[in-house]
Design a protein. Structure first.
Length: 402
């Protein structure tokens, strides 16, 4: 079983030490540490976090990285100073690992190299946690595109299906630089793939929170993540019309749009089912060009999409029912660890929701399984036959033994 530790200390080394000590104090009999999954806020000094953890747990492998906030069975916070750990004991062998520090050379190329490396050390059915630094540069925020990275990974991966779950890591809500813990040290512009030891089976549920507020619209001009036209009209005009706000006023507000862009899979006119949508957040706009920048680069010219409302009520409803259903369909008596990867925009401080949806998740789980969650930039999870980067989702995975 994993043991969870958390700290909110503003001193980085003390935070790492306190989180590690909290987890270590739960050890039974003569258990020892095998490896650690660790995430900390971007206001911390990551190397000092690692030093603090190792001062308590010894010279062990630490994987994870930057986060906008931490969620556990007992706590939730996103000040930028949280540190959360899942400490795995000697009952769990150290995971397999691939590391690539060349994201600046291109996401597809890096992804393919990761896929080729994973092909050498995995067998069909293995679970791989993928973490990468989401931010390429600032200002303005320029992101690494997870869709291109994952496309490259599948281009390099030749063997049977893997369970790929993961995240693009962000340091905070203001797009501070992010980092990854590669087992030994802190790295940037990097991707790691952690092959979970055999015997742990993942049970995953994707929770959403958007609903369509428009008819289908055709993407008539797009370049990577920059969307110029919908139905032959400037994208900003379409969004401002939907929201009842002047286009220039909308762009100059410097606030994230309160809508997303959604692509529906399956039968276009089937009844609404949030599980059939991939939604993309809007992170920037250009009033002169009439364009908006979305979080990923996987939408193409000719795609039929809908303007989606980020519905806080639906979001809370989705996590409540989704978490309960996952628990009901999972053998919790045989569970070892739960991991929640939650879009940072879903936090109430960002979304304006009166209820923290992550609170609903952790309270529904209660003490039934050791639980660590963190706020991310992009969530990666299996969807329609392969893993994909997602936006505005919460991805909950419960690992059982066998």
């Amino acid at each position: 079983m994993a043991y969870i530790g958390v700290s909110n200390d503003t001193d980085s080394e003390k935070a790492g030490r306190e989180a590690a000590r909290t987890a270590k104090n739960q050890f039974k009999n003569k258990e020892t540490t095998s490896w650690v999954l660790a995430f900390c806020g971007g206001r911390h000094g990551p190397d000092r976090i690692l030093s603090g953890i190792r001062s308590e747990l010894g010279d062990i492998a630490i994987y994870g990285g930057a986060t906008a906030g931490i969620i556990t069975n007992d706590s939730l916070g996103y000040t930028g100073y949280e540190c959360g750990l899942a400490v795995f004991t000697s009952a769990f062998p150290a995971p397999g690992l691939v590391v690539n520090n060349n994201l600046r050379d291109g996401e597809f190329k890096t992804g393919k190299e990761i896929g080729l490396a994973l092909d050498e050390i995995t067998v069909e059915g293995d679970t791989v946690l993928i973490f990468y630094t989401n931010l390429r540069s600032i200002p303005p925020p320029v992101l690494y595109t997870g869709s291109t990275l994952i496309d490259g990974l599948y281009a390099g991966l030749k063997k049977g299906a893997l369970n790929i779950i993961g995240s693009g890591l962000l340091g905070d809500f203001s797009f501070s630089p992010s980092f990854v813990f590669d087992g030994c040290k802190t790295v940037e512009h990097s991707v790691i793939g952690i092959v979970i030891p055999g015997g742990l089976t993942p049970h995953t549920r994707i929770m959403h929170g958007c609903k369509p507020i428009s008819s289908f619209k055709e993407i008539t001009r797009i370049d990577g993540p920059v969307l110029y036209e919908l139905d032959g009209r400037p994208a900003t005009d379409v969004f401002s019309e939907m929201l009842g706000i002047d286009s220039k006023e909308l762009c100059n507000s410097k606030k994230p749009f309160i809508v997303t862009l959604g692509k529906k899979y399956g039968e276009p006119y089937a009844p609404f089912n949030e599980q059939m949508y991939v939604n993309r957040l809007i992170i920037d706009s250009n009033p002169e060009e009439g364009s908006v920048t979305i979080f990923e680069a996987d939408f193409q010219q000719g795609d039929m999409v809908q303007v989606m409302s980020r519905d806080n009520h639906l979001m809370v409803e989705s996590v409540g029912s989704g978490t309960a259903e996952l628990i009901e369909n999972t053998d919790l008596g045989n569970s070892e660890f739960a991991l929640y990867i939650d879009c940072a925009g879903r936090a109430s401080g960002f979304s304006g929701s009166e209820i923290e949806e992550a609170d609903v998740v952790r309270k529904t789980i209660g003490k039934s399984v050791p639980f660590l969650g963190f706020y991310s930039g992009v969530e990666i999870a299996p969807f329609l036959g392969r893993s994909r980067p997602l936006d505005w989702t919460g991805v909950l995975t419960i690992f059982t033994n066998g």
